[in-house]
Write a protein that binds this ligand. Structure first.
Ligand SMILES: [Zn+2]
Ligand SMILES: [Zn+2]
Length: 296
């Protein structure tokens, strides 16, 4: 059965890092954010129990580190009940094949993200021409080919609940990818936003390295529908989150978050949408008629 699990043919180590790499931060007693190079993985669940899930699965070749961090927090041999994905970009599923093989746990993602996780569709190519810094320029290196999790991946339940993540609900926040989701807990207004918005300028290498906090729209080089991305930020802002853990950058809370989110919502066109790029209206012809994820 495990033979069917595989990465895409362009799977590779990506040499990018930040000063946050290898650092973990407790956002609340049961939410722990840990940075793998330039991306966050999030543990949700009381560390005194074995009831927890892992949100997202890190960078390529990081499974040993993820297993070590899991056991440091939850005890030797501990495994999450499930892996829940915000979306399937390479930096959020980089270690997932080894993790699923090791832990034998199910993976859940939005139904529109499943084709990218079952070898059916490639993601659109990242845009190195987009307005932005060095990370955007190196983005052609990034894997876009579909991985194959076979029958280990299933769609999130239509009622908004999340298996093994009680108290949270998923919210469809497309734009950065078609099946992108964020997770919200109404009781304490905790938000796990994935890449719907992030707290670092992900396209600028220097800011990624230093992790300077700055609330931003989704990573530019991989975002293909900016109007949808704007709507998604509006949806999340309306929830008035008390704290947010994002796919990239440090967790944010309080006024920094509320002010940053309200400004981003109002001025998304200025702050987030790049001035030019192949997925932006205007400047260059938008390849909107190419179906998302189709091999080009
Ligand atoms: Zn992404
Ligand atoms: Zn990402």
């Amino acid at each position: 059965m495990e033979k069917e699990l595989s990465y895409g043919s362009d799977y590779k180590f990506i040499p990018a890092t930040s000063i946050g790499s290898g650092v973990g931060i407790s956002v609340s007693p049961d939410i722990y954010c840990y940075t793998i190079q330039i991306v966050n993985i999030i543990f949700v669940g009381d560390p005194n129990t074995n009831e927890f899930v892992l949100v997202d699965a890190g960078m390529p070749h990081s499974s040993d580190e993820i297993i070590r961090v899991t056991e440091e927090r939850y005890g030797a041999g501990a495994a999450p009940k499930a892996i829940i994905l915000t979306h399937g970009h390479f930096d959020h599923v980089g270690a997932i094949v080894e993790l699923v093989q090791n832990w034998e746990v199910p993976v859940y993602a939005h139904e529109l993200e499943i084709p990218f996780l079952t070898d059916k569709k490639s993601y659109p190519e990242p845009d190195p021409t987009v307005e932005g810094g060095l990370v955007a320029k190196m983005s052609p290196l990034f894997p876009t080919q579909p991985i194959n999790l076979g029958n280990h991946v299933a769609a999130l339940p239509a009622d908004g609940s999340i298996p093994d993540m009680p108290g949270f609900r998923w919210i469809h926040t497309p734009g950065h990818s078609v099946g992108h989701v964020s997770f919200f807990r109404d009781s304490d207004r905790m938000l796990i936003a994935g890449d719907a918005f992030i707290t670092v300028r992900q396209d600028a290498l220097f800011k990624v390295m230093t992790q300077e906090q700055e609330l931003n729209g989704p990573p530019r080089y991989l975002t293909t529908d900016w109007q949808e991305a704007w709507n998604s930020v509006r949806k999340l802002e309306a929830l008035k989150p008390a704290a947010a853990v994002t796919g990239h950058g440090l967790p944010m809370s309080g006024e920094a978050l509320s002010n940053g989110l309200s400004r981003l919502t109002k001025e998304f066109d200025k702050l987030a949408i790049p001035d030019y790029g192949k997925y932006v209206d205007g400047q260059l012809p938008k390849p909107a008629k190419i179906k998302k994820g189709e091999k080009q």
